[in-house]
Design a protein around this ligand. Structure first.
Ligand SMILES: [Fe+2]
Length: 396
């Protein structure tokens, strides 16, 4: 066998293996689906496919023409294989090693103990929500996120917990922004109990281990078996957290079955608050990078919303779009709170038919007081001024 053949085959195998590994990482399938970095994935796929294809050509040339004619496709196959080996090695080193340095052994954040829940047994619980601070993004507004953290922490009466619905950082694989976020919470809100979700940016490109180290250091939830989707009680209400990074690409059958099981087990008199990073209903625009509609997410609406309707869920709160918005569809209220400091999204070119109210270009958060009667909502700007109030009644 000519020496070029093993090199060509090794390159193809390495490129295929790296491609499969990348797609198994949280958030990468969504990255591809939404059209980001697609040329890099296509290049890797070509490096996997071209060497074996050229070896077949060489085989045919040898049979039909001459041994000499087979040399050229074999040489190009070996070159492509060698390049595949180099690129695979670089991708492995870049993506797998990057998350390791600076990983905290124990989270420095003051996290809610989710096994106990928030304010267990209380008739009233005071929760605050925001999302998408995007630490580490040059386009984000550090003073806005500091105002929001400080504002939630200094609220009177005190809030029982602050729930941040993802996109904590711009690129999850880098250590510095995670540290910066933890330091900001320690400095501005040392006594505020926190809950965090993972967003699509947190997962990039191998950021999930860092998100887990900071926001879910105790590992997988014993009931769901996942650190990403889980459920716990907050006073008279129940919190159900979904794993939706870009859309419904991670809403597996397992997660769907767990959601059904979880909602069915919640007594009907308890209001239910579902949380996710990616939204179901939202106003928005056509994303200039992916040229895809970045609003009313059809797959989430088709797969998740009917379950919320079936179990008479009161409210779903999400981030992902950088607006404050209140919507309603088929009896379920939806809120968007992606206004914690990430660059505000543009004036929507598409207004969701479900939209009841929207604030564009305004950083802020959502206060929610839950009682047996329902959920009292107050959207606030970064100064704490109330922008919009609403009441979502419990649907027994
Ligand atoms: Fe975001």
């Amino acid at each position: 066998m000519p020496r070029t053949v093993p090199v060509a085959l090794a390159g193809a195998v390495a490129s295929t293996a790296v491609l499969a590994w990348l797609f198994a990482l949280p958030g990468v399938a969504g990255l591809f689906h939404w059209g980001y970095q697609r040329p890099a994935f296509v290049a890797l796929a070509l490096l996997a496919a071209v060497p074996p294809a050229l070896l077949l050509v060489a085989l045919a040339a040898r049979r039909l023409v001459s041994e000499r004619a087979a040399r050229y496709p074999r040489a190009v196959a070996a070159l492509a294989g060698g390049l595949g080996l180099l690129v695979s090695l670089a991708a492995c080193v870049g993506v797998s090693v990057a998350p390791l340095p600076g990983r905290p052994a124990d989270s420095p954040l003051r996290l809610v103990d989710e096994r106990v829940g928030i304010a267990p047994g209380s008739a009233l619980v005071r929760l605050s929500f925001s999302s998408d601070p995007h630490f580490g993004a040059a386009s984000s507004d550090p003073s806005a996120r500091e105002d929001i953290i400080r504002g939630v922490a200094s609220s009177v009466p005190a809030r029982d917990a602050f729930l941040v619905l993802g996109d904590h950082v711009e690129m999850g694989m880098f250590a510095k922004p995670w540290k910066e976020e933890a330091e900001a919470f320690a400095r501005l809100a040392p006594d505020l109990p926190l809950v965090g979700l993972m967003g699509n940016h947190d997962a990039l490109v191998n950021g999930a281990p860092r998100w887990r180290a900071y926001w879910k250091p105790d590992g997988a939830d014993p009931d769901s078996g996942s650190p990403y989707y889980r459920s716990f009680d907050a006073g008279p209400a129940s919190i159900v957290i979904l794993d939706l990074l870009w859309g419904a690409e991670r809403f597996s059958r397992k997660q769907e079955a767990w959601l059904e099981r979880t909602l069915a087990a919640i007594p009907p008199e308890r209001p239910v608050i579902v949380l996710s990073h990616a939204f179901a209903w939202a106003s928005g625009y056509v994303d200039p990078a992916s040229r895809r509609p970045w609003y009313d997410e059809a797959e989430v609406i088709a797969k998740v919303s009917p379950i919320l309707e079936k179990y008479r869920v009161e409210l779903m709160i999400s981030g992902h779009n950088h607006y404050l918005e209140l919507l309603e569809s088929k009896g379920v209220a939806y809120a968007l709170v992606g206004a914690m400091g990430g660059k505000p999204d543009p004036e929507p070119s598409y207004r969701s038919p479900a939209s009841k109210w929207i604030a564009v270009g305004t950083h802020g958060w959502l206060d929610l007081d839950a009682s047996a009667a329902g959920l009292a909502l107050v959207f606030r700007d970064r100064t704490g001024a109330a922008l919009k109030e609403a009441f979502v009644e419990t649907r027994p």
